[in-house]
Design a protein around this ligand. Structure first.
Ligand SMILES: [Zn+2]
Length: 139
């Protein structure tokens, strides 16, 4: 399978299977999310897939009302802002993703350190259907 390639396409495919997968260096054990094919720490290529728990904490965020084309098609924009955040996984690595369960119209209500868990958003239909990484607040 193409899952042997530690690239964004494989990462996306796993998202479609509702799996949050990173790559881990076999030499120095550093974990990468999104996955990397080569360890920038020790230049080893002995990567292995690791499934992450999806437990995370909000580290930084911004609310976005000037949306990209893809996000406008998903219904976001000036009248319906969304929250984009940097999330740190319990396992260590950080990744940017859309944050669900918060109120982007009231950014002052969004707290750094909020516990989050992985969520998956499907956009598009049929052949164009794609799964995106998101995190939601734990209630
Ligand atoms: Zn390494």
């Amino acid at each position: 399978m193409a899952n042997e390639a530690f690239n964004n396409q494989a990462f996306q495919q796993f998202l479609g299977e509702r799996k949050l997968m990173g790559s881990q260096c076999g030499s120095c054990q550093t974990l990468y999310l999104p996955p990397r094919p080569l360890c920038p720490n020790c230049y080893d290529e002995a990567m292995a897939w690791v499934e992450l728990s999806g437990q995370a904490e909000l580290r930084a965020f911004t609310t976005v009302s000037i949306a990209t084309t893809a996000m406008i098609e998903a219904g976001y924009g000036r009248d319906n802002p969304y929250c984009a955040g940097i999330v740190q996984l319990d396992e260590g690595p950080s990744i940017s993703a859309q944050i669900l369960g918060v109120d982007p119209r009231h950014p002052e209500s969004i707290q750094i350190g909020t516990p989050l868990r992985v969520a998956y958003i499907d956009r598009g239909e049929g052949e164009d259907k794609k799964s995106y990484l998101a995190f939601e607040t734990v209630s």
